[in-house]
Write a protein that binds this ligand. Sequence first.
Ligand SMILES: NC(=O)c1ccc[n+]([C@@H]2O[C@H](COP(=O)([O-])OP(=O)(O)OC[C@H]3O[C@@H](n4cnc5c(N)ncnc54)[C@H](O)[C@@H]3O)[C@@H](O)[C@H]2O)c1
Length: 283
Amino acid sequence: MAATSEKQNNSSKPPPTPSPLRSSKFCQPNMRILISGGAGFIGSHLVDKLMENEKNETIKTNVIGTLNMLGLAKRVGARILLTSTSEVYGDPLIHPQPESYWGNVNPIGVRSCYDEGKRVAETLMFDYHRQHGIEIRIARIFNTYGPRMNIDDGRVVSNFIAQALRGEPLTVQKPGTQTRSFCYVSDMVDGLIRLMEGDDTGPINIGNPGEFTMVELAETVKELINPSIEIKMVENTPDDPRQRKPDISKAKEVLGWEPKVKLREGLPLMEEDFRLRLNVPKN
Ligand SMILES: NC(=O)c1ccc[n+]([C@@H]2O[C@H](COP(=O)([O-])OP(=O)(O)OC[C@H]3O[C@@H](n4cnc5c(N)ncnc54)[C@H](O)[C@@H]3O)[C@@H](O)[C@H]2O)c1
């Protein structure tokens, strides 16, 4: 009976339209891939392979992407901003980090695709500036957080907030004493606009000098969002910088900028947005 009705349906219904992704390459930049069973034997090897591709894409985006945008800026005579990163300082030997510090980056490590990619992007910006007179601006952004952040891209603030809302343990990568400085997104945007409106090419550090260990951040998220959850220590990735804090003297002097939003004020604003997106209403 079921077969008959299915046959009837088949004759009246056109075949489903094939997915537009059917003939595209399996692994493309920015494609989201869900691997169920990714912790298993074959799955874990598949994840390793796909992560390798991701690293190639990261360095390509930073180098070729910046070159393409510089080409466009040159053609149309635009002023161009590179959102570089505090990662150009690597695992810094100077603390806090001023713009004059050249950094301590491992060129062949697992994180190098991002760090070195951004360093090359900065070089390209200055070469184009010197050779073609392009008006450039470079911001060295320190960890930034706020509403609309990607929920599952593995950054520490979004990880902790999502875990707290889902009632999962907050996973702190060992040793937990490594520090970061967190800038709320409205402060970041204010700094970037001032940089674009001013005359200084940069690089200029834009970040919040408030410095927190990862354990302190986890404890703050726990206290603010879900006091009943556990904090769990997990293995870390290699070359994780031990400390990170911007020296923002140059931003203060050149841009008249400093951040206003404290971590304890910014986290609840991000929590509100994550609650809506994860559908976890406040009790
Ligand atoms: N959020 C932070 O804490 C932080 C810290 C330091 C530097 N930055 C830099 O600031 C910038 C923005 O960061 P974000 O947190 O908004 O990141 P994000 O990942 O949320 O956004 C990046 C955007 O770039 C697009 N993109 C990626 N590859 C591309 C490609 N090949 N061609 C065109 N578009 C591409 C993505 O689709 C996405 O829209 C990035 O350059 C990042 O490296 C961010």
